[in-house]
Design a protein around this ligand. Structure first.
Ligand code: TPP
Ligand code: MG
Length: 415
């Protein structure tokens, strides 16, 4: 087709300039017929066009960090059951994505994680005490985002993708070589925010990576109720960017694919959407009961795809992992779990009035009023005897409590 075969008003979009080469580029942006895999389930190295196995030191480091992450996930879930944490979304079984993504980035790159990516934060060095403060109910982000270049963990789905794109674009305008990696789930990838973020990343050629850990479920909604497409990564081509799918339980492949995406982003070749196929072995959070929406056999079948066992088999066969190394790693994982327990056994000191801090840079009347009301409730809760509503001798008509219904202060005092 020549350009003059097309009506002038159809020539406006960039896609119609040189449509044949654009068509070839489109095919190039589509993920291949199978997900990228560099180590199979038995631990054998396998070839995949365009991606090389990371070196032995990187793989040993990945193994060590995955073992630490798995022990951590089990420990935090146990602490949640003991009531030490309000909630925790476990990434047990997703260690290849959590660890591989961090190892693929340079220290100057930024991470924009979701609530499920605590193991990734741990891998980048956030201390357990600060990391878990959020899941204990502290409304402020306890770790300093600038220190390790990690944005706060996002609970509203996919909002972090928008932040990552804006950030990546700004860094590029400043002439810096920073890459921003947004962590998403399969469910989060269905959000309008995810589509908007990806579209603008492609339009601006922002140095961003969208790392979708497709763990097959968005709480109780299975993947087939989210999409009819073969792969979430197929969407990338429709937006004019590269899409790659990868075996999300093969840490070697995750590292290779994300390093390649980061290299391209840094070189000005634009964003990449990477879908990592994995499985959420545990419940969504401690308040979820997966037996109500999936068979136990399904999760059991995924145990065979364990990312740690696979890498261990590979490294052992190559003589890169022996019992002594394994014992050292297990010891380190235990020490980290013990430090986490210790940190969570301390009572946090949180001033409830902090809730009103850092909301606006200039005080707002409505918020000031709420703050004063809350301060009064707290004071009343501390000294119930001074509160007439709580004083049985007090006349309700006189205190006005009868008209007000359940008085705030009394409610607060009872909690
Ligand atoms: C905007 C928004 N809508 C709904 C929710 C409630 N919600 C929390 S987690 C979740 C499922 C997300 O699934 P997925 O993106 O696959 O991530 P996963 O939990 O599997 O890691 C939903 C719907 C939310 N947090 N934010
Ligand atoms: Mg999911």
């Amino acid at each position: 087709m020549r350009d003059d075969d097309v009506a002038p008003n159809e020539l406006r979009g960039p896609a119609l300039h040189d449509p044949e080469s654009r068509h070839a580029a489109l095919l190039d942006q589509l993920p291949g017929p199978t997900p990228v895999r560099l180590i199979d389930r038995e631990g054998e190295a396998v070839e995949h066009d365009g991606f090389a196995l990371p070196d032995a030191d990187t793989l040993r480091d990945a193994y060590r960090r995955m073992v630490i992450a798995r022990r951590w996930e089990a420990q935090v879930t146990a602490l949640t059951r003991q009531g030490r944490l309000a909630t925790y979304p476990s990434a047990y079984g997703q260690e290849a994505g959590e660890v591989g993504s961090v190892l693929a980035l340079e220290p100057e790159d930024w991470m924009f994680p979701s609530y499920r990516d605590s193991s990734a934060l741990l891998t980048r060095g956030v201390p357990p005490r600060l990391l878990l403060s959020f899941f204990r109910g502290d409304w402020h982000n306890a770790y300093d985002p600038y220190e390790r270049r990690i944005a706060p963990q996002s609970t509203p789905l996919a909002t972090q993708a928008l932040h990552a794109v804006g950030f990546a674009h700004a860094e590029r305008l400043r002439g810096r070589g920073t890459v921003a990696l947004a962590y998403l789930g399969d469910g989060g990838a269905s959000e309008g925010d995810a589509h908007e973020a990806m579209n603008f990343a492609a339009v601006w050629q922002a140095p961003a990576i969208f790392f979708v850990q497709n763990n097959q479920y968005a709480i109780s909604t299975p993947l087939q109720e989210q999409t009819r497409s073969r792969s979430i990564a197929d969407r990338a081509a429709g937006l004019g960017m590269r899409g790659v799918w990868v075996d999300g339980n093969d840490v070697a492949a995750v590292i290779a694919v994300l390093r390649d995406a980061a290299r391209r982003a840094r070189a000005g070749e634009g964003p990449t959407l990477v879908e990592a196929r994995t499985y959420r072995l545990e419940s969504h959070t401690n308040s979820d009961d997966p037996t109500r929406y999936r068979e136990a056999e399904e999760a059991a079948a995924w145990e065979d795809y364990c990312p740690i066992a696979r890498l261990a088999a590979h490294l052992r066969a190559r003589g890169e992992l022996d019992d002594a190394f394994d014992a050292r790693v297990a010891e380190e994982a235990e020490a980290n779990a013990a430090a986490t327990r210790e940190a969570m056994n301390e009572q946090p000191e949180i001033d409830p009035l902090e809730l009103f801090e850092h909301v606006y840079s200039t005080p707002r009347r409505a918020l000031q009023e709420q703050r004063a009301m809350f301060a009064e409730e707290l004071a009343a809760a501390e000294n119930p005897a001074e509160n007439p509503a709580e004083n049985p001798a007090g006349d309700p008509a006189e205190t006005g409590a009868a008209e007000r219904g359940a008085p705030h202060a009394a409610e607060g005092a009872r909690r």
